[in-house]
Design a protein around this ligand. Sequence first.
Ligand SMILES: *Cc1c(COP(=O)(O)O)cnc(C)c1O
Length: 467
Amino acid sequence: MSVAQTAAPAWLAVPDDANALPDAVWPAGADRDAEGAIRLGGVSTRALAAEFGTPLYVIDEEAAREAARMTLAAFRDAATRHGTDAQVYYAGKAFLSADVVRWMLAEGLRVDVCTGGELAVALGAGADPSLLGFHGNNKSMIELAAAVDAGIGSIVIDSFDEIERLGAVLDGRGVAQRVLIRVNSGVHAETHDFLATAHEDQKFGFTIADAPAAAARIREIAGLELVGLHGHIGSQIFGTSGFEESATRLVALLHEIGGLTTLNLGGGFGIAYTSADDPSPIADLADGIVAAVARACGGLGIPLPMLAFEPGRVIIGRAGVTLYEVGTIKPVSLDDGASRLYVSVDGGMSDNARTALYGAQYSARIASRASEARPQLSRVVGRHCESGDIVVDHEYLPADVAAGDVLAVPATGAYCFALASNYNYVPRPPVVAVRGGEARVIVRGESIDDLLARDVGLAARSIEGNA
Ligand SMILES: *Cc1c(COP(=O)(O)O)cnc(C)c1O
């Protein structure tokens, strides 16, 4: 039995102008040139596609820096109003490369890493190790030793096992290491809502009930210097209520444990992926969260701790745009009599896993030209052997979209490059930074040879073949 379907979701409006670049979703300086091509950082996307090929990750450097400055200012200002200070760590997992690390440090941020690989990028970029934080639920002895030996600013301890591991690493080294306790506050927030329970059923951190015992054990180990608590309640969060509930719980715990100076409330601040999304401005979120900490501290009669935050997406998300070339186009009739245009592009779930992984929504525009054609309900799909290989699930594209057009998908700066794969032996695209009319490669793309080089069987064959 076939069920009639509504072709377009309720949130998707038919655009008045399918060429427009809404501010909420596109980097601030994005516009169209005299020929109608989208420009990013003053560079034509048509020129970018011609020079660097597609798919291509484009990062607008000024947009990333501006978001970093705004975020830092928002938290600093809110903290200052309540008589404390705030540090902002850029969450490297959202998008990490040497240039991005340098931009963040230059704008006054610190950097947060969660593996030895991310640590190596940050250190390789020349970061002062004291400005780095290290978290993660299963750091190895080798990773912990690398972080301690580098002189990392702080390590967020995630488990009783890790207390002992880090103690073993410190044993005989004669150095002190600042640490925080990751707390599973029982609050999990997503977009508009949050769920608050005694403890959240997930892998990260200590329960509130276990945290005092963790603190006591840490304080028994020479070299471990416990400075505070850390919580992170989720990602792509639009309002402050979940943060406020978690902050209230963590402040009570801070008071109970005593002797702690720092409260790190993590990241998770949401961005608009489509015009239907309406996240609170970061300054409002910062105000609400810091005010909640102040209320909780006031209630207990304790001074505000030093605050720390770890935003990733809100800094780098809107700075990134992915360019693709359109290939096969296929109209598919739907049961309700409507039709949907399947627009295939030369990338897909290997360069943007978020749609397949999280059901994420994106928007898209023809980048290489403006079009006056009527808007047609479309789905942008990739080139992989999976029906779930969708880049943009629902969008109205001009009905004359054609093979050879460059298609741009905005708000792809966070968790796209970072989550890229080689599925179907597709090489990962390069990353180009644009600024002031100039473009430069900051991460080179992979070639098929890069991929084949790892296959030992292929190497052996070519040696035999050459013999
Ligand atoms: C993922 C993560 C972040 C960053 O999250 P965003 O949603 O990108 O802001 C910060 N802190 C921790 C501990 C995380 O796991």
